[in-house]
Design a protein around this ligand. Sequence first.
Ligand code: ZN
Length: 328
Amino acid sequence: MKLGRLKFVALVSGCILLVVLIIALIRKDQGLDKKISDNKYNIVEKELLKIEPISGKKASEIKTEYDITNKTFIVYLEDVKNLFREEQVDYGSPMVASINYEKNKNKVKVNVKLKEYCTYSSEIKDNVLYVHFEEINNKEEKLIIIDPGHGGYDVGAENGMIYEKDINLSIANYVCDILVKQGYIPILTRNEDVFVSVEDRADFVNNTMPKLFISIHCNDNADSSAEGTEVLYNIKDTESEYNSKWLSEIMLDNIISSTGTRKRDLLVGNSIHIVRSSKVPVALLELGFMSNEGDLALLNSNQGQKRFAQGIADGIIEAMTEMENKNE
Ligand SMILES: [Zn+2]
């Protein structure tokens, strides 16, 4: 009897202990949930995407890629083993439409799909990567889209190990640097060495409606004596006096005076998708021939690229100034 009572007491105590433990666990879970949602709340306010590296990793080593025309921001998390938790990537940005994960062994590729065309900026604080997205304001008076031709597996023209895609991007970046200092808002169709289809480039332009659209390319010819700069325009753009041909002429003159390349012609570029489908004044620049020794030396050197960039920026500023003066 005594033993039976002891058993009963032990059983009741055991049950109470179990209930207390369960409650504690539930509360702990709630605590965790609350913490995550609190984080989300903070992030909503800041319109951020937040990426926490796993322990022992540095946020500065997280590799990201931005495909602006596809509205996709990609985060590569490497060597994650089993440590990856989806909570490591958190967002409250109203610009984020969805996030999906592609797991492959120790790597996770996080695809962040955005609702609108955005620019982004990122910063690292306390070993956490924060990414801020901002919708591109298509009423912006100073918006200019610069398109570095080709990218990724599409290398463009080539001469040995020198690829057109790299020259285009490098010059485009220099152009942006100059324009930003002058108060313009230049946006690139690609910031990195990624493939972007011509359809996506054109859609991006037609949805964001910049004041001007400048596409940067280098030329190529079987005859290595062919040299100089030419610009392609949209012959069907005739509604305004500030049209594609008007812009192309300004661009050609400015590039020639900055670089001293041989002046070739203005050409009808309507066989090219981005030229014929652009709803804003477009100029497709063929800066020089990669197949020509003199042109290539200029295209493939820092100094030469800066001179091309200066000519392009001068042309953009001249065109913008003309349009702005007319509007006054
Ligand atoms: Zn090209």
